[in-house]
Ligand binder design. Structure first.
Ligand code: ZN
Length: 184
């Protein structure tokens, strides 16, 4: 099966040092930094570039420095402007992230905004994809699926939750941070 192949290839291709390194910002191993908050991750990336560049090859120091600066700025701007409140409609965001060169995870966020229990959704995903799926430790509305199922998961969700989620409510997160409606 595809996912089985996927995983065993990743195991053969391990090039990381066996010693476990922990991020100096969030305290998790650097491969897990991305599952922290976006603001923290922006700062983690600065640490990663300097201390564990092999985790995110291709990251440039000046780019991550800019992200970290923006993450800090946003906070500062929001403190005095407490009245400015973003009213966002619920949406489901699908993204996928490379853990290593060949091992991908697919991340689904926002499903509880539609009255769906993420734990129950995990069970459905586990059965449909025959792979691991769990709710993030620190984010109760984030489901992490072990495998690149980005292309299949939209159909699975529409099958399982067609009464609750409309196709127009589901988005793919692009690499540049923009969102594309999954139904388009
Ligand atoms: Zn970190």
């Amino acid at each position: 099966m595809f996912y089985a192949t996927f995983r065993s290839m990743a195991e053969v291709d391990v090039q990381y040092p066996v010693t476990v390194v922990y991020c100096g910002i969030c305290g998790y191993p650097p491969e897990y930094c991305e599952f922290g908050s976006a603001d923290t991750y922006a700062k983690c990336k600065v640490w990663i570039v300097e201390n564990a560049p092999e985790v995110l090859p291709g990251l440039k120091k000046e780019d991550v420095a800019q992200d970290a600066k923006l993450a800090t700025q946003e906070k500062v701007q929001m403190l005095p402007g407490g009245k400015v409140k973003k009213t966002e409609l619920p949406s489901v965001i699908i993204s996928h992230v490379a853990r290593t060169k060949r091992k991908w995870v697919t991340i689904v966020t926002g499903i509880s905004g539609f009255g769906i229990d993420p734990n129950q959704a995990c069970k459905i995903f586990r059965n449909k994809f025959a792979c691991g799926a769990s709710v993030s430790r620190d984010k109760k509305d984030e489901i992490v699926i072990q495998g690149d199922v980005k292309d299949e998961i939209f159909q699975v969700m529409m099958g399982a939750y067609k009464d609750k989620i409309k196709p127009a409510d589901v988005f793919y997160l692009q690499e540049d941070g923009s969102k594309v409606c999954a139904a388009s």
